[in-house]
Write a protein that binds this ligand. Structure first.
Ligand SMILES: Nc1ncnc2c1ncn2[C@@H]1O[C@H](COP(=O)(O)OP(=O)(O)O)[C@@H](O)[C@H]1O
Ligand SMILES: [Mg+2]
Length: 482
């Protein structure tokens, strides 16, 4: 599951001795990334943003033995190896948290760097072994099952899919994009991410932040869509008390709150011409002037902006400032629509099944090939977000302990002609254009009739034909039921 050569260890603690022991113990390994969170809330955010492999939790920082980051991670991130650390005199108080979290190890402070190094190494090995074991068992189960499960692209133990933090992909297009994103991450340049809604722009922005030198500082998100200039100004630059009616206290503003870190500006294409000027000034010299104040402050923030409208076209039409556009696109990344990278659909499907099978409380072991074919034939105007909600729904509807089948998919998937290769086949068999087109037409008509069990009005609807139109084609090609 993890990228070769990068294992992330999240330490939740406020104990300086433990944190420095962890830093010292893990620093020799270039393939380890150590991330520190001071409290449970921050730790939960890190778990959601980055790919964590081991969670080491200092129980002195949690105050609820029943419900804390360690017990919650068991449910929300079951693949993460959990280790509890505590003070010896808290043995009784902590036993409940240890039990509920099903921690792999429970140790007392103080821990030395060498102890931490060995424990982390062995725990990660153990976790990887049990992950592989789980996947293999699951595959064996599939292979002894009915013939309805045709050969599937293998995406588990032998690899076949990759991840950049929480972004999952298998397509060459995404692989190329992630290579660029990794390069962008280590520079300190602004990044412009373009892509339709739901393609994963925010996910990518977070992944970039957590792979940059700013990883220990915050990332804040501001959606700029449909906002009044004054609201946006006080959100980003802050305001002073009394700056406008209702401004009853000073507001810091995201730029200063994120000082040292990253601000993600979503829907950047929506900002007004005058606000574009303020942003440009900020990008040029980091100047922050809170609303109602004449003090000039500064913030060191990296900007990642996203747009689902092509910004260059807007520049050419005079709707977006050219100078701001060039400032924003220190690096420019464009995420393709899901329909243009269909190879990602199976791996995303499996990823979302794993994600939701646990949450909804029913175990779903997978998806049938025919249901997956349907998913792969769809256009996805809502991109990955749409696929994700479809899977969440299908997991809830699927039979307990079973597979997602075509019946569990929503109505939009009914009308799909699942014949991705039919066009190509018709072409390969040769003949004149007219013959090829007719062969293709005949196959599509047969496909629709079969799918609707020869209910001609439904098939005609699905094909966008009148009943008479369909009847004519049936006659012309001499088709019959059975
Ligand atoms: N490659 C991906 N792998 C896993 N989840 C993804 C991927 N792309 C998008 N998602 C999920 O789809 C949803 C929409 O992603 P988001 O980043 O908000 O898209 P955008 O900002 O482009 O509208 C989120 O729930 C996100 O987790
Ligand atoms: Mg978004």
């Amino acid at each position: 599951m993890h990228l070769a050569g990068e294992l992330t260890i999240l330490v939740v603690s406020r104990d300086d001795a433990l944190i420095s022991a962890a830093r010292a113990g893990l620093k020799e390994r270039a393939d380890y990334r150590l991330v520190i969170a001071e409290d449970g809330k921050t730790a939960q955010e890190r778990l959601n943003d980055i790919e964590v492999h081991l969670l080491l939790c200092d129980l002195d920082t949690v105050d609820d033995a029943q419900d804390n980051i360690l017990t919650r991670a068991r449910v929300s991130h079951p693949g993460v190896c959990r280790i509890a650390v505590s003070s010896q005199n808290r043995d009784d108080a902590d036993s409940e948290a240890v039990r509920r979290s099903a921690a792999y190890l429970y140790l007392f402070k103080p821990l030395t760097p060498h102890q931490i190094a060995l424990m982390v190494k062995r725990s990660l090995e153990m976790n990887e072994l049990s992950r592989r074991h789980r996947l293999l068992s699951r595959e064996l189960k599939i292979s002894v099952d009915d013939q309805i499960f045709e050969e599937r692209v293998d995406m588990s133990v032998k690899g076949g899919y990759s991840q950049f933090e929480k972004l999952v992909y298998a397509s060459a297009k995404m692989a190329d994009l992630i290579v660029e994103a990794r390069k962008a991450a280590v520079t300190d340049l602004p990044v412009l991410i373009e892509g339709d809604t739901g393609t994963g722009k925010e996910l990518l922005a977070r992944a970039i932040h957590f792979n940059s030198t700013r990883v220990d500082s915050p990332i804040h998100v501001q959606n700029c869509g449909g906002m009044l200039d004054s609201t946006l100004h006080s959100e980003l630059f802050g305001h002073v008390r009394g700056a406008y009616t209702g401004a009853t206290a000073d507001r810091l503003g995201l730029f200063r709150a994120a000082d040292g870190g990253t601000v993600f500006l979503d829907e950047i294409s929506d900002v007004s011409p005058s606000f574009q000027v303020s942003l440009l000034r900020f990008l040029q010299n980091g100047e922050v002037k809170p609303l109602g104040s004449d003090k000039l402050l500064h913030a060191n923030v990296r900007i990642i902006a996203a747009s689902n409208r092509p910004l260059l076209e807007m520049v050419e039409k005079g709707e977006f400032r050219r100078d701001l556009y060039y400032r924003l696109k220190g690096f420019s990344l464009s995420i393709p629509a899901l329909r243009d990278r269909r190879e990602d659909i199976p791996v995303l499907t499996d990823f979302f099944i794993e994600k939701y099978a646990g949450v909804v409380g029913r175990r779903v072991i997978g998806i049938t090939q025919s249901a997956l074919d349907r998913l792969q034939a769809h256009q996805y105007p809502g991109n990955v977000r749409e696929l994700e909600s479809e899977i969440r729904r299908a997991v809830a509807l699927a039979e307990n302990g079973g597979y997602i089948t075509e019946r569990n998919l929503s109505a939009v998937f009914d009308n799909l002609v699942v014949a991705p290769d039919v066009g190509q086949q018709a072409e390969m068999e040769g003949g004149t254009l007219k013959e090829m087109v007719e062969r293709l037409e005949q196959r599509v008509v047969v496909g629709a009739l079969t799918r609707f069990r020869w209910n001609q009005s439904k098939a005609a609807d699905a094909l966008g034909l009148s009943r008479v139109g369909l009847a004519n084609k049936i006659k012309r090609y001499g088709l019959h039921d059975g």
